[in-house]
Design a protein. Structure first.
Length: 266
């Protein structure tokens, strides 16, 4: 099953990057300005596929639908959801549950409202660990289960969708998510390919970041041009570095991010 999914984060006013989601320059790289995002939605609505809920994934593959996802659970999710609703699009809002009600993040009422408006609310782990794939199986299960329990408690409905924080996917991360009832798990792997782990459908995503033209979002959604291949190549060139030089990679990453706290984004 091939499904094109796009990964967004927060949408902010110019110069107000820290108003929504995780603060700092590294997270800010993935936050689009309101006007930028509006341009993306305009092009996607006019010429892109239909954006529906992943819970109809088999029909998404059959009809060429795409999926729109928004990581972290920043406060801008409320305005983003309204913009999607106006265009008849469904969004997937993946929430870092430990941040609910904190400065810059959605409130419990927001979570309920997103769900009531017909959007999909899912988990982005409980605490957004810096490298979730390094956790033990017990810690992984706790991250997902606690997050799912909080969201399903708020919504009064099962929570079956999640995304992996930081793009640190491993099979164990998926197995722990599946054990917590997750049936659709988004990674940051730039691919339309999917596979199943313990009954959970694992889906890749293409990343959108600040400054990326609307046309690029359309190319990623449709598979036109070379945008998908470029993201795939960049991602896979980084893989050996991540795998074989983890300590060095962590040091480089920390230095570049200039912050020791859990990181947002891919
Ligand atoms: Zn994140």
């Amino acid at each position: 099953m091939k499904i094109p999914s796009l990964m967004y984060h927060d949408v902010v006013e110019p110069g107000q990057a820290d108003a929504s989601g995780f603060p700092g320059g590294a997270a800010g790289h993935y936050k689009l300005d309101v006007a930028e995002f509006d341009a993306h939605l305009g092009v996607l609505a006019a010429r892109g596929p239909r954006f529906a809920a992943v819970t109809g994934a088999s029909s998404a593959a059959a009809t060429g639908n795409g999926l729109l996802t928004f990581d972290d659970g920043g406060a801008s999710a409320v305005a983003v959801a309204a913009a999607l609703t106006r265009r008849g699009m469904v969004g997937h809002f993946l929430v870092t549950t430990a941040q609910i009600g904190q400065q810059g993040f959605v409130s419990a009422e927001d979570v309920v409202a997103l769900h009531a408006a017909g959007h999909v609310v899912g988990s982005h782990s409980h605490t957004h660990p810096a490298e979730i794939s390094r956790l033990s199986m017990a810690e992984l299960e706790h991250e997902w289960q606690q997050s799912v329990d909080i969201l399903s408690g708020l919504l009064g409905a099962p929570v079956t969708v999640a995304s992996v924080p930081g793009g640190f996917y491993s099979r164990q991360v998926a197995q722990a998510a599946a054990a917590a009832g997750i049936r659709y798990l988004f990674t940051s792997e730039p691919t339309v390919g999917t596979h199943i782990v313990d009954g959970c459908l694992v889906l890749g995503r293409y990343t959108l970041w600040r400054g990326m033209p609307a046309q690029r979002a359309l190319e990623l959604a449709l598979g036109s041009g070379m945008a998908r291949q470029r993201q795939w190549l960049a991602w896979n060139l980084k893989k050996p570095l991540k795998r074989w030089a983890r300590p060095l990679y962590r040091w480089v990453r920390r230095s570049r991010l200039e912050r020791p706290r859990p990181s947002a984004g891919i």
